[in-house]
Design a binder for this molecule. Structure first.
Ligand SMILES: [Fe+2]
Ligand SMILES: [Fe+2]
Length: 355
């Protein structure tokens, strides 16, 4: 599969109606068409028009949930560090994942904004939650039912729990030496050992966590879709978050790298679902339009990975506009993104915005 197969450019054809992704893959539902939680398990959800205050509350709620789940992961890791032979009760993990899945299914808050958070110090815990959040969303975009989403969330949350056994190496603020790397590379086996201790844990969950570093073409084994989802999200997360020994990629560079470098390592419909919904220019990317104006991507249009909604804030000379405006590039036929914003201009406008 080539890059151009994933990002077919004819949604950019000037003068004709912009088309959806022409790639012959199952259609991923647009955010607004996505089934809500009640479609999965009969849960009654009152549909109301959402005023700003409700959206703000929901964002606060999601922030609270995100932070709480990081704290829960911290305590699970801390306990595993002390005694790796005592796994938490399956119920306690299920409580976290059930809450996570329910919230993500119902929420219109942009999950990618939470996904992009974290700091170097507690990255191992926030990484687990980030991977679980985005894996669940990828499952939603692939039309998973609630049972599968819960299984996926459990495996994603615990995929790196084996790191608790090798944490002194994993947290070293430098590149690891050969033997240290070899020890860290065993963490999926340790994750499997740990999760297997939890009574009645489904073997699909155990295997999904165990195989998260396996890639297509590197073994004769079929790699389960849950493992692939966790694997691709895990890689994307690591590219876009700070680690003490490596540079962080801007989200659009990470997506490009996923498409270019990982295209033969994962099933194409999984890559497509990720790119289709995160966009080639993910939320938070500064871009220059072909009008030379500068804007910030504020939302992606599912099915139009090159045509997000952009808040135009600066003119072509990087002067702040008195009246910013928002354009939906999936509807505006004559405006396109020229390129992600050049680094020096980005720094300049960030400085203007911070004044
Ligand atoms: Fe891992
Ligand atoms: Fe990981």
């Amino acid at each position: 599969m080539k890059m151009s197969d994933i990002i077919k450019l004819n949604d950019k054809t000037s003068g004709s109606e912009k088309k959806k992704f022409p790639y012959a893959m199952p259609q991923v539902p647009r955010k607004e068409d996505r089934p809500k939680a009640e479609a999965y398990d009969g849960l009654q959800v009152k549909k109301v028009e959402e005023p700003q205050a409700v959206v703000r509350d929901e964002k606060k709620d999601m922030e609270g949930l995100y932070q709480r789940h990081i704290n829960e992961m911290r305590s699970i890791f801390d306990r595993a560090k002390l005694d790796f032979t005592i796994a938490p009760a399956k119920n306690s993990i299920q409580e976290i994942t059930r809450e996570m899945v329910d919230k993500l299914l119902l929420s219109d808050v942009d999950i990618i904004k939470f996904f992009m958070k974290s700091n170097k110090e507690d990255y191992i815990y926030s990484h687990s939650v980030n991977v679980a959040f985005l894996s669940v969303m990828l499952g939603v975009w692939l039309n998973y039912n609630k049972f599968d989403l819960n299984q996926l969330a459990t495996a994603a949350l615990l995929h790196d729990i084996g790191m608790a056994k090798v944490l002194k190496y994993a947290l070293m603020p430098r590149r690891l030496r050969f033997l240290e790397r070899r020890e860290v590379a065993r963490h999926p086996d340790y994750s499997k050992d740990f999760i297997s201790q939890m009574p009645d844990m489904d073997s699909r969950v155990i295997e999904a966590a165990h195989n998260h570093h396996r890639r297509l073409g590197t073994s004769s084994k079929i790699i389960d879709e849950h493992s692939q989802i966790i694997g691709i999200v895990d890689t994307f997360e690591a590219m876009t978050h700070p680690r003490s020994y490596k540079r962080v990629l801007e989200p659009h560079s990470a997506i490009r790298k996923v498409i270019e470098d990982l295209k033969d390592m994962f099933d194409s419909h999984i890559i497509k679902a990720l790119v289709d919904n995160i966009g080639v220019y993910p939320v938070g990317t500064w871009v220059r339009l072909d009008t030379e104006e500068i804007g910030l991507v504020i939302d992606v249009n599912s099915g139009f990975p090159l045509s997000p909604k952009v808040n135009i804030l600066f003119n072509e000379k990087a002067e702040k506009l008195q009246e910013p405006r928002t354009v939906d590039l999936s509807k505006q036929k004559n405006i396109h993104i020229k390129n992600p914003l050049e680094e020096e201009v980005r720094l300049k406008i960030k400085e203007i915005l911070s004044r």
